[in-house]
Design a protein around this ligand. Structure first.
Ligand SMILES: [Zn+2]
Length: 484
């Protein structure tokens, strides 16, 4: 009887316990709690973070790339010099360096001038100078330039509504303003995205209606009468007409005068597209101790536009990637998985490097655990973002907690590839990551002559190196590979 009573009580307790467990499981949030990192890993991540914040190595690399080497447009002697320099430096750090061949486009800027030669209220024998620059890949006008009437439109719809008859033989100006308020509120890349379609597609849209040249209002946020260059894309089905970017101030001037009556412009652009040049991605490995076949990429792009020296776009990204390797060596940290530093070639006007890598390493991409790229300038980082699955993001939560100590605790899941060069890897299923940064002023200088070393704040660059180094080390050292 006593025994029977004990058995009944045991059954009752068992049912109660089972019910409790089931209820607890049902109430558990969909995402699992972040797994704790091994204590040794937490210590190493804090060491890396502190060492990065105390180091000027990344800044020294940006300075060399910008000041000693200079602008690094694809196909230029400086781009070649930068490849040699970064490869030699990564070899010096003890990495296994390979140069991956990339056939790079070779476009060179020529004369670029503009004058308004006829407009309402004009003083005799005067013109108004227009400050402009050719868009990357643009064809040339005749050497003596072209003189034509200007039509100003705010968008593609307005252009199409004019029809061929009012566009043929003219110079079209796309006067779509970069949304500064949007940028000021932290959405600079959204503001850029809305305006940059005219830089990319404007020339072909105008050419389809018979325009002789196409101009775009510079895509950028600062009012220092700076023209912002950048690549255009000629459509297969449209004539290739010369294209440039005028400063925001000059776009306003042209729109003002065009609204008053006939506006004629003399435009000279004489860039040239030369034969492709053999160039390289620099690919440098620090082999993993346990899973050398598993790869974690840290990267930036080595090429830049030619107007400035490419300090924020993207010597900073390359320098941060180099600094990751430097810190691992300095602290004698060897992760389980392979750290692969890549300095990409030709992000700006072709993406040939990123495309070549995804093709050349296609057979190994299932073993690419993550690809990190820094290509949004060196502004203060507030955390990191990834185009990765829920489980992968959750695995990085303890890292975000560590980075919170430097004000970089944001962990954001995004919908798109975290960088142009890593986008072919992203398309192949590789999780991609980037630091989340203060980009409110990035487009002040982006693709202008003012993208120079002074725009890099050494402290903020070091903060970026700390975020990227800790991210790369965590992914390369966690017991389990980041899930896809
Ligand atoms: Zn860039």
């Amino acid at each position: 009887m006593k025994r029977a009573h004990a058995a009944a009580r045991f059954l009752l307790v068992s049912i109660l316990l089972f019910t409790l467990i089931v209820t607890a499981l049902a109430q558990r949030p969909a995402s699992r709690p972040a797994p704790a990192y091994p204590a040794a890993l937490v210590t190493e991540l804090r060491q890396l973070q502190q060492a990065a914040l105390a180091s000027d190595y990344a800044y020294t690399q940006v300075a060399h790339l910008c000041n000693n080497i200079g602008p690094r447009l694809s196909g230029s002697p400086q781009a070649a010099q930068a490849v040699d320099y970064v490869a030699a430096e990564l070899r010096r750090l003890g990495l296994q360096v390979q140069l991956e061949r990339v056939m790079a486009p070779h476009w060179v800027r020529g004369v670029e001038t503009g004058e308004l030669v006829e407009f309402k209220g004009q003083a005799p024998n005067t013109t108004q100078k227009i400050i402009l620059t050719a868009l990357g890949g643009s064809t040339a006008t005749a050497a003596e330039g072209v003189t034509a009437d200007v039509v100003v439109v705010n968008n593609f719809e307005a252009l199409r509504s004019l029809g061929r008859e009012r566009v043929a033989g003219k110079i079209v100006l796309f006067n779509a303003a970069y949304d500064k308020q949007m940028a000021a509120q932290g959405f600079a890349f959204d503001a850029y995205g809305q305006a940059v379609v005219y830089r990319g597609n404007g020339a072909s849209e105008a050419a389809r209606l018979g325009a002789v040249a196409s101009l775009v209002r510079s895509v950028g946020s600062a009012d220092y009468r700076l023209p912002h260059t950048g690549a255009l894309r000629y459509a297969e089905d449209a004539p290739r007409i010369p294209a440039g970017a005028v400063t925001a101030e000059d776009a306003d001037l042209m729109a003002y005068l065009a609204a008053q009556g006939r506006l004629r412009m003399h435009l000279t652009l004489t860039p040239q597209t030369l034969a492709d040049v053999e160039s390289y991605n620099v690919v440098a490995d620090l082999k993993g101790s346990e899973h050398p076949e598993q790869v974690v990429i840290v990267s930036g792009h080595l090429d830049s536009w030619d107007l400035g020296t490419g300090a924020i776009d993207d010597a900073s990204g390359v320098a941060v990637a180099m600094q990751v390797a430097n810190l691992f060596k300095q602290l004698k940290l060897r992760p389980k998985r392979t750290l692969r530093v890549i300095a990409w070639m030709n992000e700006e006007n072709g993406l040939r490097g990123g495309v070549a890598y995804a093709k050349d390493f296609a057979a190994q991409l299932t073993n690419h655990v993550a690809a990190i790229e820094s290509d949004s300038g060196p502004g203060h980082p507030t955390g990191l973002s990834g185009h990765a699955g829920d489980a992968a993001i959750e695995m990085l939560r303890p890292l975000a907690q560590i980075l919170l100590s430097q004000g970089a605790g944001v962990l954001r899941q995004t919908k798109d590839a975290e960088g142009a060069d890593v986008s072919p890897l992203d398309a192949a299923g590789v999780p991609t990551f980037a630091p989340v940064q203060d980009v409110r002023h990035y487009f002040d200088y982006h693709h202008t002559a003012a993208d120079t070393l002074d725009k890099v704040n050494p402290r903020e660059l070091a903060e970026n190196a700390a975020v990227v180094a800790a991210l790369a080390y965590a992914i390369a050292s966690l017991p389990d590979a980041l899930p896809r």
